[in-house]
Design a protein around this ligand. Structure first.
Ligand SMILES: Nc1ncnc2c1ncn2[C@@H]1O[C@H](COP(=O)(O)OP(=O)(O)O)[C@@H](O)[C@H]1O
Ligand SMILES: C=C(OP(=O)(O)O)C(=O)O
Ligand SMILES: [K+]
Ligand SMILES: [Mg+2]
Length: 578
């Protein structure tokens, strides 16, 4: 085997024992040109016979029901866990075929059964989202546990995202009716009164007590950003009488916004807390159930993100729960950069965003948010109405396919289904459209060699981080120039894997981590194939083990060209699989 390597050692980094015999002085940046015909760093032992050299480092127990990270001492030196679906895909079609864009599915009544969840997992769902706007905690608990059970029993690695309700104004649940039709010219009552008995005809509850005080006669009331439109004509105590001016379908808990002189009214409701008391209870529930991500609705500033992160850290120290900021309000657009910096990722929540700004402004903001997240090295999800027509129909519109393609072309980390998978007629078909469009556009992009000119600014905050960042940028470039088959990264926290993902290299990135929770979290990031593997500081031994384990499972072959990086060693090695 020929190994060619570049090692970059940070002065603050503990020198791994495997390096002690190498001719490096402490503060050293040594660059060995990779096209030299001999190995720069000789293997102490031949890689092909090294599967017995497994490290005795502790590894985390495999996926368990609670998602907690109980440390088991060396569960199995030979084990490597990878998502069963990716494994099958790799074996069948090789490295280049793996999908880089990740897929999030909202789980709802159409998909909450074990069989349906399994079908979504097999269909490529990387993250299951539960929306706390709907359903009971019991219902959500059941879904989360079923996902965990499937992971355990079937070898999936589906992460779970809990999405908070937030305190924006929305309608009640229509007294149990699935929907209600508002016709042109009808008078409807929007009220903050609560009813014990069924709702009177043409009456809708509103969740916000200040509603009657805040609206004025002449205001326009928009349901779901314009699915139906009303004009406020009279206020009678707790009731607001409205004339329907644009007929439409009202869905349970639909979002309400009111507009005055062409502008969104943001008076007192703009002062409502981003995380309501109900949301805090849901968050406690999510932490207890071991969710991987919490998506915060209607984020207005970085402050709330920081607050939630410290709350999570205090409630469960060492937790790996990622906080995703949903960009959907005017305030979030104003404070975009600080919010994204504070978060572990962002969601372009186009549903509510489109109700708060002009629809024609949404695409530009999408592009801006996707670009900013990439620059700041945060995963980004493009969400809402990607395949809306598939709630009803088995094929998407051409326009929807174009929208999905655009998000893939922007190289968003993930695409999300909402109603399509939660309550639509064709959840699996919708997922397969996302999958096939992603694959097709990614391939087209690679074939066209459309390497984008996007400048990636430095994100590191320490010298050691800068080294990691430079290594990842260089490794991605080398990978593209040499046309390598895969980049391997050994990462404890996942940071180096995400830095590589940020570069969007042409080949897949195999991210090896010993933590089950880090592994699941990496599921949201572009191009990463997370593996759980116990590993040591000794790269030779890590590589040997990985090669033999992956070869035994038919996932790589002798002769495949890989680049290997490690965040313990801060090194780049280029080699053929022995
Ligand atoms: N847990 C659930 N229980 C019942 N219905 C749900 C659930 N989750 C989602 N839905 C349905 O799917 C639709 C789309 O989901 P989503 O986009 O997450 O919510 P929203 O429409 O409130 O923004 C919802 O409007 C609702 O009708
Ligand atoms: C994803 C969104 O949030 P939710 O579905 O919770 O309204 C959105 O508004 O686009
Ligand atoms: K929500
Ligand atoms: Mg929303």
């Amino acid at each position: 085997m020929s190994t060619q390597s570049i090692h970059l050692l940070s002065p603050s980094f503990p020198s791994p024992r495997s390096l002690s015999n190498l001719p490096y002085s402490s503060r050293l940046l040594s660059f060995n040109p990779i096209n030299l015909p001999f190995p720069l760093r000789r293997s102490a032992f031949p890689l092909s016979c090294s599967c017995s050299l497994s490290p005795a480092s502790p590894v985390l127990a495999s996926d368990n029901g609670s998602g907690s990270s109980s440390v088991a001492t060396q569960a199995s030196s030979s084990a490597i866990d990878v998502d069963a679906v990716t494994e099958a895909e790799l074996k069948e079609n090789g490295f280049r075929s793996t999908r880089r864009t990740k897929l999030v599915c909202t789980v709802g009544p159409a998909t909450c059964g074990a069989e349906q969840l399994e079908a979504l997992a097999v269909g490529g769902m990387n993250v299951a989202r539960v929306n706390m706007c709907h359903g009971t905690r019991e219902w959500h608990r059941n879904v989360i546990r079923q996902v965990r059970k499937l992971n355990e029993e079937k070898g999936f690695a589906v992460a779970v995202m809990m999405d908070t309700e937030g305190s924006e104004i929305h309608m009640g649940d229509l007294g149990g009716a699935p929907s209600a039709k508002a016709e042109d010219g009808e008078i409807w009552t929007f009220t903050v009164r609560s009813f014990d008995s069924p709702l009177p005809e043409r009456t809708v509850n509103v969740n916000y007590d200040g509603f009657t005080e805040d609206v004025r006669i002449g205001d326009e009331l928009l349901v779901d950003g314009g699915m139906a439109r009303f004009e406020v004509i009279e206020k009678v105590g707790p009731d607001v009488k409205c004339l329907c001016t644009d007929p439409g379908l009202l869905l349970p808990r639909a979002n309400l916004t009111f507009w005055r002189d062409g502008s969104l009214v943001r008076e007192r409701n703009a002062l409502l807390p981003t995380i309501s008391s109900k949301d805090w209870l849901d968050i406690d529930f999510g932490i207890a159930e071991g969710v991987d991500f919490i998506a915060v609705s209607f984020v207005k500033s970085a402050e709330v993100v920081n607050h939630l992160k410290s709350y999570i850290a205090a409630r469960c120290p060492g937790s790996e729960i990622g906080v995703i900021a949903k960009i959907e309000s005017i305030d979030s657009l104003r404070n975009l950069e600080e919010i994204i910096r504070a978060s572990d990722g962002a969601m372009v929540a186009r549903g509510d965003m489109g109700a708060q700004i002009l629809l024609e402004q949404v695409p530009a903001f999408q592009q801006k948010i996707v670009g900013l997240c990439r620059q700041l090295n945060k995963p980004v999800i493009v969400a809402s109405q990607l395949l809306e027509s598939m709630i009803e129909y088995p094929i998407p519109t051409r326009a929807e396919v174009a929208d999905v393609s655009e998000a893939v072309r922007q190289r968003a980390d993930a695409l999300m289904l909402s109603g399509e998978s939660a309550m639509g007629k064709y959840p699996e078909k919708a997922l397969s459209v996302l999958r096939s469009v992603s694959l097709r556009i990614e391939r087209w992009w690679r074939e066209e060699k459309r390497t984008e000119a996007l400048e990636l600014p430095e994100v590191a905050s320490s010298f050691s981080d800068r080294i990691s960042e430079e290594i990842c940028n260089s490794a991605a470039k080398i990978a593209n120039n040499l046309g390598v088959d895969a980049v391997f990264v050994y990462t404890k926290t996942g940071h180096m894997a995400s830095l590589l993902s940020r570069c969007r290299p042409d080949c897949p990135i195999f991210a090896f981590t010993s933590s089950t929770t880090v592994r699941r979290r990496l599921n949201l990031q572009w191009g990463l194939i997370p593996f759980r593997l116990g590993f040591s500081d000794d790269m030779e031994s890590n590589l040997n083990r990985t090669f033999s384990l992956l070869k035994a499972r038919g996932m790589i072959q002798s002769g495949d060209l890989v680049i290997a990086l490690s965040d313990m060693l801060q090194s780049i090695q280029v080699m053929n699989v022995p």
